[in-house]
Write a protein that binds this ligand. Structure first.
Ligand SMILES: Cc1cc2nc3c(=O)[nH]c(=O)nc-3n(C[C@H](O)[C@H](O)[C@H](O)COP(=O)(O)O)c2cc1C
Length: 225
C-alpha cells in the first residue's frame, strides 16, 4: 500500500510526464487490458446530474480514417500511427432536454430513482436548463453544454493512459462540419442523437516530446482570504 507521501509523488510524476503525443509508432499496440482500463476511466467519469451525455466510438476502420484525414489536421499523426483512435460523441438536445425519453431512461433504468424522486429531479433539471444555464435559447448553446462535459472523460482517459505508460493525444483540431458529415454518411454518427465533440488517440510514441511548459503556480492560482 502506498502512503500519502508516495501517492503525492506518484500523482505529480504522472501529471509531469503525461504529454500530448505528436508521433506514434504504428508497430506498437496498446494491450486490450490497458485499453479496457482507459475506457473504464471514461465510463466512470462524472457528468451533470449523472446523465452521462456521451458515447465513445473506437474507430478501427481504415477507410473511414482515411476519409476524415484531410479534414482533421490535428489528428494527422494519430490517424496514421496510433494503436487506438476514439471519437467522443455528445448527445443532442433532443436527448438531453429535461423531458426527453433518454432522461427518463437514465433516471429510471440507470439511476433507479423512484417515481417521486424522478419528478423532483426532472423539475430541477428543467429549471437548471431553462433559467440557470439558459440552454433552451439555442440548440448550439445546449449542445456546447453537453460537449463541455465530454472533456471530463477525455481528461480522465489521458490520466489513466499516462498511469499505464500509454501515450495519448487529445484532439479538437479538425473541421467539425466536414468530419461530422463523413461520419454521418458512413453510419458512424446518428445525427438525430449525437454530434462529434472531440477525439483521443492512444499508442506509443516514436519521437521525444518537447519539454513541458507551464506557467508557475502563482500565475494560475489566486487565493482570496
Ligand atoms: C482540448 C484539447 C484539444 C487539443 N487538440 C489537439 C489536436 O487536435 N492535435 C494535437 O496534436 N494536439 C492537441 N492537443 C494537445 C495540446 O497541444 C497539448 O496538450 C498542449 O500543447 C500541452 O502539451 P502537453 O499535453 O504535452 O503537456 C489538444 C489538447 C487539448 C486539451
Amino acid at each position: 500500500m502506498t502512503n500519502k507521501k508516495e501517492m503525492r509523488e506518484l500523482i505529480l510524476n504522472i501529471f509531469n510526464t503525461r504529454y500530448a503525443c505528436k508521433g506514434y509508432d504504428p508497430e506498437k499496440k496498446v494491450s486490450e487490458e490497458d485499453f479496457k482500463v482507459i475506457m473504464e476511466a471514461a465510463r466512470l467519469s462524472p457528468s451533470s446530474m449523472g446523465l452521462e451525455p456521451w458515447k465513445f466510438v473506437l474507430l478501427n476502420n481504415k477507410d473511414i480514417k482515411e476519409k476524415i484525414r484531410p479534414y482533421a489536421w490535428g489528428a494527422e499523426v494519430s490517424l496514421a500511427g496510433a494503436s487506438h483512435f476514439v471519437l467522443i460523441l455528445a448527445r443532442k438536445p433532443i436527448d438531453m432536454k429535461y423531458d426527453s425519453d433518454y432522461i427518463e431512461y437514465m433516471m429510471n433504468d440507470v439511476q433507479h430513482f423512484t417515481d417521486e424522486l424522478r419528478a423532483v429531479r426532472k423539475n430541477k433539471l428543467k429549471d437548471f436548463q431553462e433559467k440557470d444555464l439558459k440552454l433552451l435559447e439555442s440548440e448550439r448553446v445546449f449542445f456546447e453544454w453537453v460537449c463541455r462535459q465530454t472533456y471530463i472523460p477525455l481528461a480522465n482517459m489521458l490520466t489513466a493512459a499516462a498511469m499505464l505508460g500509454v501515450d495519448s493525444t487529445p484532439m479538437e483540431g479538425f473541421n467539425y462540419d466536414q468530419v461530422e458529415k463523413i461520419l454521418i454518411e458512413e453510419g458512424v454518427i446518428d445525427p438525430e442523437h449525437f454530434g462529434l465533440s472531440c477525439m483521443i488517440a492512444f499508442g506509443y510514441k516514436n519521437r521525444d516530446h518537447r519539454p513541458k511548459t507551464r506557467r508557475k503556480m502563482e500565475a494560475v492560482l489566486e487565493i482570496i482570504e
